[in-house]
Design a protein around this ligand. Structure first.
Ligand code: F6R
Ligand code: MG
Ligand code: MG
Length: 392
């Protein structure tokens, strides 16, 4: 053990433009980003890398010894995205350069558009990790599966059986609207945890630590692009890194929650609830109604900082039923058309282009006759809950 074995995994992603609308990253943009990272590997800035895509998001998976939030690594990712965006512009790809919100890089890509998940740890003798990458959804989409992986013994047998996990895990939850975070312990504070993360648009699990030794276990990209840009720029298409085995959940326990294609916010125009469909890299492209939202899981062994792999973990008939169920849910949800609960609720729609349409109708509203007498609610909602009858 020692400093030499500390390694950082950085997964940094951005939508820099895609082919045929918001469908799929173009291979030439992948090649442009790969060239930048290959050069960085040659120079020794990074140890290893893997460039891939999920839907219209270009994904840079890198290993290095520079720790999280390293200006050098973030600068490298920024350069790779810039080069890829140049190619996207030349090819006239759709939304070329979309997620690169600023022209000026100043040491960290957070807040500039790309999504970032990074963790640093001392490499174990054998270090399996799973990198999740989703398209057409938001960071809170990981709340439910991460809860099940790290807090639900009906999902993760190791929480009961493995003494190294038996004390549970600590969840760092970020309030993305207020910019505050809270750390909650599982299992002691499960109900408090659920009270927050059941609102995935606002409270997002950012990091998870093993309680007995504070080892980092999972990290999620929590950037919310709309909140950063102040206008609609698509959903945030999150990524996550999870460590596996030997005192962490087994790879199979990490994949298990995705056998249930839970409803997530995103899909068409970032404005609809839809099932999260686990897919292989081959099927990591959004078609039907720009979706349904998809997630890929790549497994690696990290060995002396090198990325051994990947294995495409959802490329397996064991997830066929989840995909079939996702299709059925997609059918069911789609039949609601523009109605809630398929379409997101009003708070979330604020970050889309809908307010522009509503603004147009504002002056068309006339006072409703007899509103005061018959229609205006006499009892406040809070009073209804207490059962006390009051009049205002
Ligand atoms: C969702 C997404 C797409 C677009 C849709 C409309 O994250 O990227 O569903 O919102 O294709 O795109 P525009 O407005 O660019 O025509
Ligand atoms: Mg997009
Ligand atoms: Mg995307």
């Amino acid at each position: 053990m020692g400093e030499e074995r500390r390694v950082t995994i950085s997964v940094i992603k951005a939508d820099i433009g895609s082919i045929a609308g918001h469908h799929k990253v173009h291979p030439d943009t992948i090649a442009a980003a790969t060239r930048v990272l290959a050069e960085a590997k040659r120079k020794g800035t990074i140890i290893d890398f893997y460039v891939t895509h999920v839907g219209d998001d270009l994904q840079l998976i890198m290993t290095h010894r520079k720790g999280v939030d390293s200006p050098e690594i973030h600068g490298l990712a920024w350069e790779a995205f810039k080069k890829a965006a140049e190619v996207a512009k030349e090819l006239g790809l759709y939304a070329a350069g979309q997620d690169l919100l600023s022209d000026a890089f100043s040491g960290n890509v957070r807040g500039l558009g790309p999504g970032v998940a990074e963790m640093e740890f001392v490499e174990r003798p054998s270090e399996p990790i799973v990198v999740f990458m989703a398209d057409k959804t938001e960071p809170g989409a990981f709340n439910l599966p991460l809860y099940r992986i790290f807090a639900d013994p009906f999902n993760t047998a190791g929480l009961v059986i493995d003494p190294r996990m038996h004390d549970g895990f600590k969840f760092e939850v970020l309030d993305v609207l207020e910019g505050k975070y809270v750390v909650l312990n599982a299992p002691e504070e499960l109900y408090d945890l659920l009270a927050l993360i059941g609102t995935p648009s606002r409270y997002v699990i950012k990091r998870i630590y093993r309680k007995r030794d504070n080892e980092i276990a999972a990290v999620v990209s929590v950037e919310r692009l709309n909140l950063i840009a102040g206008r609609y720029v698509g959903k945030d298409d999150p990524v996550a890194i999870v460590r596996a085995q030997s005192g962490f959940p087994a790879v199979g326990e990490i994949l298990e929650p995705f056998s249930f294609p839970h409803l997530v916010a995103g899909w068409m125009r970032g404005s609809h609830w839809g099932p999260l469909m686990p897919v292989s890299l081959r099927d990591a492209k959004c078609t039907r109604f720009d979706g349904p939202p998809r997630i890929v899981a790549l497994g690696f062994q990290v060995t002396k900082g090198k990325l051994i792999g990947p294995v495409d973990l959802f490329d397996d008939p064991a997830f066929d039923e989840a995909r079939r169920l996702a299709q059925q849910i997609a059918d069911y949800m789609r039949r609601h058309g523009p109605f809630m609960p398929h379409r997101l609720g009003p708070e979330e729609m604020e970050y889309t282009t809908l307010p522009q349409v509503l603004e147009k109708l504002k002056n068309r509203f006339a006072e409703a006759k007899d509103y005061e007498k018959y229609i205006k609610p006499k009892i406040k909602k809070s009073e209804l809950l207490t059962g006390e009858e009051t009049h205002d």
